[in-house]
Design a binder for this molecule. Structure first.
Ligand code: ATP
Ligand code: MG
Length: 189
């Protein structure tokens, strides 16, 4: 049965490019030890699905659209370079702030909807972020002053997307399989 590797995410905003470049300059000393996500590949993961049957894609999109249709659009912003463990970072990300209560509710609803159509529950707590780079081999120590080091990107989210991911030696290549629009008529009136 034909499968593909899939995940649900928020697409990168165009406003991210200068922030991505600033983060890269800020971490220039570590460049040889980091593998950067392509700027157009940066995304905010809501749910990693893993290998799914291609025949299930319409079912997944339908479930996403039901959730998105009762979620209002939201305003988010990046808030500086960070990592789960800045002293021994395996990933470098941008923290995400703004209307994250709406985002967290959306993530929980996507999680529930995917559970109902047969996917496993994520055990890890949701921490909204945009992964920029991963350590090539050993973990890296990030500079101690991380806040305010790169400008913020402000962006509004008005849809979520289903992505496929093809793992390649040079880094994963993503493709959008479909969108699910958030609804202005939901939530905050
Ligand atoms: P690479 O694996 O080559 O470093 P990648 O992690 O970007 O690239 P995928 O492994 O296909 O590509 O992951 C796609 C998205 O899903 C990424 O945001 C990744 O962080 C997330 N993800 C991958 N595996 C898991 C997992 N087991 N649990 C939760 N999220 C995951
Ligand atoms: Mg991965």
């Amino acid at each position: 049965m034909a499968t593909l590797r899939a995940f649900v995410a928020v697409e990168p905003p165009a406003t991210l490019v200068p922030v991505y470049q600033a983060a890269r300059r800020f971490l220039a000393d570590l460049d040889a030890r980091l593998r950067w996500v392509r700027p157009e590949g940066v995304h905010l993961t809501l749910k990693f699905l893993g290998n799914v049957k291609i025949a299930s894609v319409p079912v997944i999109l339908r479930a996403m659209r039901a959730v998105a249709g009762r979620t209002p659009p939201m305003a988010l912003r990046t808030s500086g370079v960070g990592a789960p463990n800045p002293d021994r970072a395996r990933v470098v990300w941008l923290e995400v702030g703004g209307e994250t209560a709406i985002l967290s509710k959306l993530q929980a609803d996507v999680e529930d909807a995917m559970f109902r159509i047969g996917f496993n529950k994520e055990e890890r707590r949701f921490h909204p972020h945009l992964t920029l780079a991963r350590a090539r081999s050993r973990a890296v120590r990030l500079p101690s002053e991380l806040t305010g080091t790169v400008p913020s990107a402000h962006f509004s989210v008005d849809r979520i997307s289903l992505y496929s991911s093809e793992l390649r030696p040079g880094g994963a290549v993503y493709n959008v399989l479909g969108h699910a629009p958030l609804s202005r008529s939901s939530g905050r009136g």
